[in-house]
Design a protein around this ligand. Structure first.
Ligand code: OGA
Ligand code: NI
Length: 378
């Protein structure tokens, strides 16, 4: 099944080494076509030239500057006041339907642990190249230190390096594939994973109830105790020509649910809302939660897995930790029977996550084309 995924099609270049070399222009392989560049406006690109429409376009562009994804205080779920609990549930529900994204604060994971984890990874990416090279990854499993996603020869690449590792299932957790430096990093990475797994379990219960399903529905659909959990730490070096490239191309996350912890001092993540890109302004110590393709399928598209991308800048590097909470890899994922009615027939055909994720591993990030291709032919 993994044929064709054994090796990279071209020698790997670390984006960090390009950035550190002080070049003033980026190599052609990182230059995106004009329609994918950060400043391309979808609204202008797709609208006609009538003057009333162009003033509408300006209004939208202006409103976007202050827009942000919803920020939800999770302590509201434990409030003594029933109305506060209900309102918190409602906000989560609305965010899952309208945005596919929200931030959570007061989520129960200690801010010190979040800071320590980010600091560990900052130090890792600043180790000498030969230390990092010990963990160079291959497209066979993607575990380790990497600089591209997808194995298409000649593909246009993103301006980022990353580190990918598995937490669950236990059989895939391999400390030898985790970095050994900086000192004690494995303990911190482990503790971070344990805490985030617990938070993901809590969030899945909220999502299940909001869909009108039993509290344990999504967790059980993911395989109960046998879920998958992995992390990609993204490193976006400074870029001399940020207007020509992206740190991460537009994609929707293939898995179940993602909890992203970015450095909150540097922005970069953009979320698609209708035809524009909203720049996320992270709250300190907040997780950014987003619905992945598997929950879009299980919820029969009541919840949306929304496209997002990362822009880079010339002044500051940026680190983010993306924690992916996924279904067990070999069980078929399909719309919940409870959500399928004559009026809302099943929109997707069943597929295991193992089969599903091969697509992004071969072709790299490609917007939402994959979940669209699962649509059942009715
Ligand atoms: C991802 C992702 C966003 C970011 O890793 O899937 O979307 O801000 N990351 O790094
Ligand atoms: Ni993503």
């Amino acid at each position: 099944m993994m044929n064709g995924l054994q090796e990279w099609p071209e020698p790997i270049v670390r984006v960090q080494s390009l950035s550190d070399s002080g070049v003033s222009s980026i190599p052609d392989r990182y230059i995106k076509p004009p329609t994918e560049r950060p400043s391309f406006c979808h609204l202008i690109g797709s609208s006609s030239s009538s003057s009333s429409e162009s003033s509408e376009v300006e209004a939208v562009a202006e409103a976007d500057v202050d827009a942000n994804i919803p920020v939800i205080d999770m302590s509201g779920l434990q409030s003594e006041d029933r109305r506060v609990r209900a309102e918190t549930m409602r906000l989560v529900s609305e965010s899952c339907r309208e945005w596919g994204f929200f931030q959570v604060v007061n989520h129960g994971v200690s801010p010190q642990l979040l800071d320590r984890a980010l600091q560990i990874w900052r130090e890792f990416f600043h180790l000498p190249a030969q230390e990092k090279q010990l963990y160079a990854n291959s497209p066979k499993t993607y575990e380790g230190y990497g600089s591209r996603l997808g194995i298409q020869k000649g593909a246009i690449l993103d301006w980022s390096d990353y580190y990918f590792l598995h937490y669950l299932p236990f059989s895939l957790k391999d400390y030898n594939k985790w970095p050994h430096l900086p000192f004690n990093c494995r303990e911190v990475i482990d503790e971070y994973g344990n805490e985030v797994v617990k938070l993901c379990g809590r969030l899945l219960r909220v999502l299940s109830l909001n869909l009108g399903l039993k509290e344990e529905f999504l967790q059980n659909a993911f395989g109960g105790e046998d879920i998958g959990a992995c992390m990609r730490v993204n490193f976006y070096p400074k870029c001399p020509q940020p207007e020509l490239t992206l740190g991460l191309s537009s994609h929707s996350d293939p898995g179940g649910m993602t909890l992203l912890l970015p450095e909150h001092q540097v922005t970069g993540l953009q979320v698609r809302k209708a035809n524009s890109w909203i720049t996320v302004k992270p709250a300190p110590h907040a997780f950014i939660v987003n619905i992945g393709d598997q929950i879009q399928v299980l919820s029969n598209a009541i919840y949306k897995s929304v496209e997002h991308r990362v822009v880079v800048n010339s002044g500051k590097e940026r680190i983010s930790m993306a924690f992916f909470y996924n279904p067990k890899s070999d069980i078929p994922i399909e719309p919940a029977k409870e959500l399928v009615t004559p009026d809302s027939p099943a929109l997707y055909l069943p597929m295991t996550f193992d089969e599903y994720r091969l697509f992004i591993r071969m072709r790299g990030p490609q917007g939402k084309s994959q979940v669209e291709s699962l649509k059942s032919p009715r």
